[in-house]
Design a protein around this ligand. Structure first.
Ligand code: MG
Length: 362
């Protein structure tokens, strides 16, 4: 099985309601879809969402990196030489982690197809389903309480509450949400870099003394402030999850060495794909630091790839793979089966993606 070319296209997927964080508002997903073609007629599927506020990538930069840097070096490579293909991908250019992630997942899809094995089994096969949380956008306390009740009615038992946009009213948001869902629902917070060190410590101490039962706090401070993150971690009882602060395996190494976070949030769009993500898993295992598997605003295609890795590795103990559940429609045929909060793995070879409806090819 030899790579003959890489095609890119895009799809448009409306959300059920606008997705709002401290960093941005999204109403429609417009990911770049990647198809890696081979001489056997097998197609490897990949996806990269343009997430300028986090990765710096646009649709144009993703397409350009694939066309100008990645496709020329992968053409003619054999899929059974996975290490050679992934090394060439890694060395094709610096940065461009979303473009690399899309091609990396498509190559892994083909590797699974080459040997007739579902990817999660090939990479470790630790479990065959995961449970995801559901993200609640930052809005007024009343609207967030309403959204949380609706999520619980849909079967979600873990809610990720977006805060950090207006620190002054964040405690009110959390009180309102906890009152709406009762004591048994797990609540995690994501401030998306919206606080400074003093605010984070003050707000979390207040939340803790109010007994609001928060599982963890994700990325309270700007991504670069590792010293501040470690200070918050040491000053509050609530565990800290690093997200925007950890992109590459080297970032993970720095965070782990500095003990700046209790958990790491791995996303394929930050690591540049499965290979970097697995390197982070290996380091986190050595340090005994549990990992999250997260996603950007991705369709079910890229989320299926993330779920394969989450099912393969024991160190990934929590999942935030909810973006398909936030969409109003699903153009992806095959892939994970969504059953309320559960993502159930397909047993087809590779990623298990069959086709994508409504692609506009470039
Ligand atoms: Mg986050």
């Amino acid at each position: 099985m030899i790579i003959t070319g890489i095609r890119t296209g895009r799809v448009s997927i409306p959300l059920r309601k606008p997705f709002k964080t401290a960093l941005r508002t999204v109403e429609v997903l417009e990911p770049v879809i990647v198809a890696v073609d081979t001489d056997t007629g097998d197609v490897g599927w990949g996806e990269a969402p343009p997430t300028g506020a986090i990765t710096g990538d646009s649709q144009g930069s993703i397409r350009g990196a694939i066309r100008e840097f990645i496709a020329p070096v992968l053409k003619g490579k054999r899929i059974d030489g996975l290490e050679d293909v992934l090394t060439a991908l890694d060395r094709s250019c610096v940065k461009n982690t979303s473009a690399k992630a899309a091609v990396d997942m498509a190559v892994h899809d083909l590797f699974g197809k080459r040997y007739g094995i579902p990817l999660f089994r090939l990479l470790g096969g630790y479990r065959d389903r995961v449970e995801t949380d559901l993200t609640i956008s930052v809005n007024s306390p009343e609207e967030m309480a309403r959204d949380c009740r609706e999520a619980v009615e849909r079967g979600f038992r873990i809610l990720k509450i977006k805060i950090g946009k207006e620190p002054a009213s964040d405690i009110q948001r959390i009180r309102s949400v906890r009152a709406a869902v009762g004591p048994d629902i797990v609540i995690r917070l994501d401030a998306n870099q919206g606080w400074n060190e003093r605010e984070a410590i003050r707000i979390m101490r207040e939340i803790e003394s109010a007994g609001l039962g928060i599982e963890l706090l994700e990325q309270p401070l700007p991504a670069h402030d590792l010293e501040g993150l470690a200070a918050v971690k040491n000053a509050v009882a609530t565990p800290i999850l690093a997200d925007e602060a950890v992109f590459s395996p080297l970032d993970a190494e720095t965070l782990l060495a500095r003990r700046a976070a209790d958990f790491l949030n791995i996303k394929l769009m930050k690591t540049g794909g499965m290979r970097g993500a697995q390197q982070i898993c290996a380091m986190a295992e050595l340090h005994g630091v549990e990992c999250f598997m997260g996603c950007m605003m991705e369709s079910k295609l890229a989320v299926t790839a993330a779920a394969h890795l989450a099912c393969a590795r024991r160190i990934i103990t929590r999942c935030d793979l909810d973006s398909p559940s936030l969409c109003a429609s699903d153009p992806i045929r095959g892939g994970v089966v969504l059953d309320g909060p559960h993502l159930i793995m397909p047993e087809a070879p590779g990623l298990g993606i069959e086709d994508v409806d409504g692609i506009t090819w470039d």
